[in-house]
Design a protein around this ligand. Structure first.
Ligand code: M6R
Length: 366
């Protein structure tokens, strides 16, 4: 059942080229500029006219929501809020009828997310679900939705469900942007092609698995970790830190890199590993100076860089390369080395990777 792998988690990590392709299957064909999600048909107009999109979820699904915030704002110019379902449901939030709520959940059974949906529904909002488990409670409670089609995810640490969520949310954002005319036909064409190329790019990250394992070996007994990223890589930093905490029980924090000097920089010394998401994108120069700030304080830096980068490897202790992708698709490749790093560290520490202590696959109580 684990297909020859030691754990479900590693099987699911390596499945991602296929699961990402599955979440686009029948929905996207770049050659003839085809992009259509069945569940979206009757709601595309509503999304395009929405005054605001509210994304709700918990844990990793909330991180996928954060990526979607960047996507919807950048591509479709829609005002977005991303909410922890647990806070949203108890906050007496302002919800209007032309707000669109997108609920994100792998299991479709998360109690807080379900309650957030019921609350938004009672205020007249339209709810769109992005779930993995077909026929789940959340899938049934929403007005419409798009399944992620990642296949069953058994490992408690979410991996392929995250990349599938991000893929589907990207498809939705592009479809809405096209409808609103906030992206040109040329950009539309480019993005569809770039998305189709993602499974192959994820495959390429796996070529560095043994290098990532070596880095994991060096840091197996670290007591803390900091993950830093900007823009599309900020949610990835949070996700990388969550993965490490969950399965290795190492204390890890994710931050937007620029927030470092507002506090966390005080933690940096020669015992602090810092993982930088430093791919070549619009915040590259800014990230380079953040790396300098950490190196000046003798932090040990592991940088996720774009293939062929020659500057950052000179500055840091370890690099892991990922292929170049369109900036808005960055999370789909930059999260992969972080999943692997946390997996290898947890295995080296002898942890129960698939069923970490205190955690359940779906959190059906609040
Ligand atoms: O099934 P859901 O996506 O609603 O679950 C939400 C979180 O409980 C979940 O993502 C959790 O944070 C994972 N264990 C993360 O790896």
């Amino acid at each position: 059942e684990k297909g020859g792998y030691d754990h479900f988690m590693i099987k699911e990590i390596f499945e991602q080229p296929r699961s990402i392709a599955d979440s686009m299957r029948g929905r996207l064909r770049a050659a003839d500029m085809h992009l259509q999600l069945g569940g979206l048909n009757n709601y595309l107009e509503k999304l395009a006219c929405a005054e605001r999109i509210i994304l709700v979820g918990c844990g990793t699904s909330w991180h996928a929501g954060l990526v979607a915030e960047y996507l919807f704002e950048e591509l479709a110019r829609i005002n977005v809020e991303v909410e922890y379902a647990s806070e949203f449901r108890y906050r007496n939030p302002v919800i209007r009828e032309n707000d669109m709520v997108i609920a994100i959940s792998q299991s479709g059974e998360t109690a807080d997310t379900l309650a957030a949906i019921e609350l938004a529904k009672s205020k007249g909002a339209t709810i769109f679900g992005v779930c993995n488990v077909v026929g789940s409670s959340i899938a049934r409670a929403t007005h419409a939705g798009a399944y992620t089609h990642a296949g069953p995810e058994i490992g408690v640490a979410s991996t392929k469900a995250f990349t599938a969520q991000v893929t589907v949310l990207t498809l939705i954002a592009i479809a809405v942007a096209r409808r609103k005319n906030t992206i040109s036909e040329e950009t539309y064409r480019q993005l569809l092609g770039a998305l189709e190329a993602i499974p192959g790019k994820v495959e390429k990250v796996f070529e560095h698995a043994s290098r990532i394992k070596e880095i994991a070996y060096i840091f197996t007994y670290a007591r803390n970790f900091i993950y830093l990223g900007r823009g599309f890589n900020f949610p990835v930093a949070l996700e990388g830190a969550l993965k490490l905490k969950e399965i290795s029980y190492i204390h890890a924090e994710g931050y937007p890199a620029a927030e470092m000097k507002h506090g966390p920089i005080a933690l940096i010394d020669e015992d602090m590993p810092v993982v930088f998401l430093a791919t070549r994108d619009s915040s590259y120069e800014k990230i380079v100076s953040n790396i300098q700030e950490v190196k000046a304080r003798r932090g040990r830096v592991i940088a996720i860089v774009t293939e062929g980068d020659t500057l950052i490897p000179e500055m840091v202790d370890f690099v892991i390369e990922v292929p170049e992708v369109h900036e808005i698709l960055t999370p789909l490749v930059s999260v992969i080395p972080l999943q692997l790093l946390s997996y290898y560290i947890a295995v080296m520490r002898g942890r129960n990777v698939d069923q970490p202590r205190n955690l359940a696959k779906s959190v059906t109580v609040e």
